[in-house]
Design a protein around this ligand. Structure first.
Ligand code: ADP
Ligand code: MG
Length: 726
């Protein structure tokens, strides 16, 4: 039997998934796998608890005197919970997380004991030679260190087969270069903290700290595991390299916010429980636009913790799906022709005294504070659009950006019509009526901002960077991405503009201008300077592509060239002056990203050749042989031409498409050969420009055959089978 049919039979005869135990409320379970404040209090002496709390709040590293007692407490807690091993859990440049487990077991005088020292908690030295480093580390000196990031709590990861104590860490080379995503993120948060605090003090001298916040929305697809197992392209490349559109896709628009299919619902319940145990505040769940596409989102948290939680969440999505006979697809574009998946990064800045800097306040003064931060973010996006574009670049995201349902590769900012009007009024104040005496802030409508935002219904799904009332939503981030990179860049560019803002305003104040007027002057200048990046219209339209070009905004469609922004003179200056990356580190990262691009498209090319040759061609040729036998039989029986012309025609069509596959593969091989010896950057561009077009032409032939070859001969699960969960 065709394996697809067998899969359908199995799926239909499978008993429904047992529901998860929901006798305990989410709030009761929340954080039970986390060494949180409550557990610290319980397991630590009062003095150690206070010292650890201070370390965490300061974002400092663990001091040697408390490392021992803290490790003991964590060990006791973890063992009470049934953990047998511990691991430093870090974020190498592969984009996901890495772990190497060690048992608590140790032999001491021939006696087996459980041991976990302060040293083992604070630092490890994994043999890290096989992680990407972009040439920073030669394998012969491949030492890397991991060290606990105390600001992110220790947790226990539970799978069906055991429990592991996980310590979130940074990953750094022996010579001090960052080898991960976390170090630059933490540095960028510190930079933003400093810059934003100094500006916030103009308005509220009580502000001592500013922390970036993130609420990441994760989109994903769920398909039955059996189909996934029959699609090597999904398994190895994360996306379908072939597949004819299903007659019914998303055109009926009936999936978005529709009632959640039972199987997906069961999956979500378990995902949420697991997440809540780990202290991940998952809150929202719903169907997305495409069939079989869903979304989950947590309540926002401090940026670095939110990212650790997001990475854990992706891991959970994979694991829980497997338990439900499902495969979760986190790829940006698993299916051609229907919506891809993003990870909307909702970002803002909060002060230690509880204020969201991107939320308008209760009086005109607070609204000026809002406007200041708001305009500085817009200016940052304008000044460094290319860097933001680069921050979200990856081979899979190329299929999403600029494709019809995702924000384009042109970076623009949407603010809504009400705020646009305010910005316009601030830039060119409307004339005052005679005898009108109100202050500038009232006159310019700044006082009205909160009321305007309350009733604003403006939403623009087509913008890559949209203001949504009290935060910016960076929507161009890909669903499989580690948000660290885009968030690091966003923090840095905003911090840089805030620094510049502060210097300029201070200069004006020194020269005698009053504070409010000086701030308004600079806000006004920034509005003018960054005007071109604001766009309120349909970001998916062709008119916008033309308009953006007229405005001088860049539109770099493919990853390899977009990555140049990392190593431009401007970026080198920005990153090195900020102390985030050295020149060597930046070049190394650039190299890692290019290499990762090449590896991903190489895998796809190999798969295309392999699958089209070993699965598609045999099915098509079998059919063609049958057709020709029919023709031969009909001719022998001296039937009229009408009796076999359909077979003849079909055999001809099948033949043309099989030849196209064959010649496409040969030409692709040749194109690959032609770029083999190029330097990394040129090779990546070569892939994008010279090899990738064959992906499309070979696919067109394969998808054509899918529409001709008998259903029972077709080896790969079809879109209509995968996309509608039974
Ligand atoms: P949408 O309307 O785009 O679907 P929601 O309003 O539900 O989104 O919010 C999306 C995400 O934004 C949530 O994770 C939410 O916690 C987060 N969010 C809200 N306020 C902030 C903030 N100040 N900083 C960062 N994220 C925030
Ligand atoms: Mg959203």
């Amino acid at each position: 039997m065709n394996p697809r049919y067998r899969a359908i039979e199995t799926i239909l005869s499978r008993p429904p998934q047992a529901p998860v135990d929901q006798s305990r409320r989410p709030s009761e379970m929340f954080g039970e796998h986390v060494f949180n404040r409550k557990m610290m209090k319980h397991y630590l002496s009062k003095e150690t608890y206070v010292a650890l709390k201070e370390t965490i709040e300061k974002g400092a590293t663990l001091n040697e005197t408390i490392a021992g007692p803290v490790a003991n407490a964590i060990k006791a807690w973890a063992m009470d919970k049934g953990a047998t091993h511990y691991t430093h859990w870090f974020q190498p440049l592969t984009g996901r997380t890495a772990e190497k487990h060690d048992s608590f077991l140790e032999l001491s005088d021939d006696e087996a004991i459980d041991k976990f020292s302060g040293r083992e908690l604070s630092q490890q030295e994994p043999d890290a030679s096989s992680f990407p480093s972009g040439g920073l580390r030669h394998t012969f000196e491949a030492r890397g260190y991991t060290a606990w990031d105390c600001s992110s709590p220790v947790f226990i990861f539970e799978t069906t087969y055991g429990k592991t104590l996980c310590i979130p860490t940074i990953f750094v080379s022996y010579t001090g270069e960052a080898l991960d995503f976390k170090i630059p993120l933490l540095k960028s948060m510190a930079m933003l903290d400093k810059a934003a605090t100094s500006v916030a003090k103009y308005f509220d001298p009580g502000v001592k700290r500013v922390v970036a916040t993130l609420g990441p929305e994760q989109e994903y697809f769920l398909i039955d595991r059996l189909y996934y197992e029959l699609r090597p392209d999904l398994q190895l490349a994360g996306r379908t390299l072939f597949g004819r559109p299903s007659a019914r896709g998303q055109q009926l628009e009936d999936h978005y916010f529709g009632s959640i299919p039972e199987r997906a619902f069961a999956f979500m319940n378990e995902l949420e429980q697991e997440a809540h145990r780990l202290g991940i505040p998952l809150k929202t769940r719903h169907n997305e636009v495409a069939p079989a596409q869903f979304e989950c989102a947590p309540q926002f948290e401090n940026l670095n913790v939110a990212i650790d939680h997001q990475l854990m969440c992706m891991d959970l999505i994979d694991r829980v799906a497997r338990k439900h006979n499902l495969a979760a697809l986190l790829h940006e574009k698993p299916f051609a022709g229907i919506n891809g998946s993003g990870k909307h990064n909702n970002w803002s800045m909060g002060t230690d005294n509880g204020k969201n800097l991107l939320s308008p306040g209760h009086n005109p003064e607070e609204n000026l504070m809002f406007l200041t931060f708001f305009v500085c973010v817009i200016k940052a996006v304008y000044d460094h659009a290319d860097l933001l574009r680069a921050s979200i670049a990856s081979a899979p995201n190329d299929h999403r950006l600029g494709a019809n349902e995702a924000p384009p590769a042109i970076i623009s900012v949407f603010v809504g019509s009400q705020l646009s009007k305010i910005l316009d009024d601030v830039e060119a104040p409307p004339r005052r009526k005679k005898n009108e005496k109100s202050s500038d802030l009232l006159h310019l409508g700044i006082a009205e901002i909160p009321a305007l935002l309350m009733d604003t219904t403006d939403r623009n799904r087509t913008s890559p960077f949209a203001f949504t009332g009290n935060k910016f939503e960076f929507r161009a981030v890909g669903s499989s991405a580690n948000s660290s990179n885009p968030m690091t860049i966003l923090n840095i560019i905003v911090a840089q503009v805030l620094q510049e803002f502060k210097e300029t305003v201070d200069g004006k104040i020194k020269r005698g201008r009053n504070k409010e007027a000086a701030i308004l002057d600079v806000v006004r200048d920034y509005i003018t300077a960054s005007k071109n990046v604001r766009f309120e219209g349909d970001g998916y339209s062709d008119e916008w592509v033309e308009e953006a070009a007229r405005r001088g905004l860049s539109n770099i469609k493919k990853t390899p060239a977009s990555l140049d922004a990392y190593v431009s003179e401007k970026s080198l200056k920005l990153f090195t002056e900020a102390g985030i990356f050295t020149k060597e580190e930046l070049h190394a990262r650039h190299e890692v990203l290019l290499e990762s691009y090449i590896k991903r498209v190489e895998i796809e090319a190999d798969l295309i050749e392999d699958l089209s040759t070993t699965q598609i061609l045999p099915a098509a040729l079998k059919y063609q042989r049958e057709l020709l036998e029919t023709v031969e039989g009909a001719q022998e029986a001296k039937l009229s031409k009408d009796a076999y012309s359909a077979s003849l025609e079909l055999a001809e069509e099948v033949g043309k498409l099989t030849s196209a596959i064959r010649s496409g593969n040969k030409a692709m091989e040749k194109a690959r050969h032609g770029i083999e010896s190029l330097a990394t950057r040129e090779k990546a561009i070569g892939w994008a420009e010279q090899v990738l077009p064959y992906f499309d032409s070979i696919r067109a032939a394969v998808d054509g055959l899918e529409g001709l070859v008998p259903d029972e001969y077709w080896p790969l699960p079809k879109y209509r089978e995968m996309l509608f969960i039974k």
